[in-house]
Design a protein around this ligand. Sequence first.
Ligand SMILES: Cc1cc2nc3c(=O)[nH]c(=O)nc-3n(C[C@H](O)[C@H](O)[C@H](O)COP(=O)(O)OP(=O)(O)OC[C@H]3O[C@@H](n4cnc5c(N)ncnc54)[C@H](O)[C@@H]3O)c2cc1C
Length: 402
Amino acid sequence: MPQKIVVAGSGFAGLWSALSAARTIALAEKQGEIEVIVVSPTPNLVIRPRLYEAELDNMNPDLQELFAAVGVKHVPGLVETIDTDARTLTVALIAGGHEAIAYDRFVLATGSQLFRPNVPGLAEYAFDADQFDSAQALDAHLKGLIRQPESDARNTVVVAGGGLTGLEAATEMPIRLRAALGEDAAFRVILIDTADKPGGSLGDEAAPYFAEALAFAGVEVRTGVRVTAIDATSVTLSSGERIETKTAMWTAGMRANALAAQIPGEKDEIGRVIGDSYLRAPAASGIFVTGDTVRAATDELGNVAAMSCQHALSLGRVAGHNAAAELAGSALHPYSQPKYVTCVDLGDWGALYTEGWDRQVRLTRAEAKALKQEINRVWIYPPAADRDAVFAVAHPDFVIVP
Ligand SMILES: Cc1cc2nc3c(=O)[nH]c(=O)nc-3n(C[C@H](O)[C@H](O)[C@H](O)COP(=O)(O)OP(=O)(O)OC[C@H]3O[C@@H](n4cnc5c(N)ncnc54)[C@H](O)[C@@H]3O)c2cc1C
C-alpha cells in the first residue's frame, strides 16, 4: 500500500501543494510508494481574485488534465472531520455517502470565506463576490435589474467595506451597471466604510489614488459609518441614513475555513492555525497548514502572510514539498516570502501597484492596470498539463512577483 498525502482543497494553495508534492516524490523516485490525493468539491481552481469582475467567464479552470499529467488523484468531496489521532478524514462525497480516508500526511488548504457579522438582514439580502456561486448570484441579479421597474432602489448599489475587495467591487460596479442597465442609465454606487478613508489600510501614500479612482468612477463614499441593517429594498447606516437599494454587497472581513478549528493548537484572530516555519501544525503530527488557513511568518521582520493569492501560491508549494519530503526522506524547506506587492484594480481609472509592506506606490492608472491584467489573467492560472513544465515551476523556492 502506498503512503498517502491527502490535500484538502483545490484552490491556489491546494493545487500548488499537490503539484509540488508530486514533484518532490518524482525527484526522490518514490512514485510507486507515495500517492497524492486532492479532495475538493470539483477538480477546478476558482479564480477568487477575479470574482468582482464584470464577466465571469473562465473563472474556474478545470484541473483534471493537469492532475493526470503529474499523477495526482482527485476525490470529489468535502472533508468533514479530521481525526488527528487516527490520521483519518471523513469525506462527504459529492456523489453521495461518506468515505473514510486515512492519511500519512494531511495538507489543510481549504481557504477562507467572507465573514458575515450579525447585522440584521445581511444573511438574507446581501450579495458578495467571495465564492464562485455567490459571484454568479450577484452577476445574475445585476443582469436581471433591467427587468425590474425603474426605481431609486433598482438603480442604486451599496458596497459595504472599504478594503481592497470593496474598492475593486465599487470601482468595477459602474461598468457592470452600464452593461446591465444601458450606457445612458442613471445609477448610484455608494461605498460604505467604517474607517475615515477607503483603502486606508494601505497607508497614506496610496489613499489619495483610491480617492481619485472612486471619484473618477462616480462612486459616492460614506466614511466613519457602518451598516446596521439590510432588507430587500434598503440599507440602513449607523448615522441613521437609509439608502434605498435592491443591491447590497458585503465585502468586509475574511475568516479561515472552519476545518482549521479541528486542528489542535493555537489559532489567530481570524481562525488561522499558527504554523511553524515548515508550515506544520505544531500540535498535530503529520499535518501541514497552508494558504488562507495558516498564519505564517514571511520574513524575520515580523510580517505574516496575508490571506492572499500571492501568499497562497508560495505557501502551497512549500507545504506540499514538505509533506512529501517528510515521507520521501528529502530535506524540508522553510517558508519565506520577503517580497510583498499589492495590485488593486480600480475600474476604468486603472489600477494601483505598490511594493513592500509599507506600500510604496510604483505604478498607477493604465500601467498598473496592464500589470493587474497580466497577474489576474495569466500568472495565477494553472499551468498547462505538461509534467516537465509543471515540475519546473512547482518547487518551494518559486515566487511569482513582478
Ligand atoms: C473578490 C476577491 C478578490 C481578491 N483579490 C485578491 C488579490 O487581488 N490579490 C490576492 O493576492 N488575493 C486576492 N484575494 C484573496 C485570494 O483569492 C485568497 O487569499 C486565495 O484564494 C486563497 O487561496 P487558498 O487556496 O488558501 O483558498 P481558496 O482559494 O479559498 O481555495 C479553497 C479550496 O478549498 C476547497 N474547500 C473548502 N472547504 C473544503 C472542504 N471542507 N473539503 C475540501 N475542500 C474544501 C474549496 O472548494 C477550494 O477548492 C481575493 C479574494 C476575493 C474573494
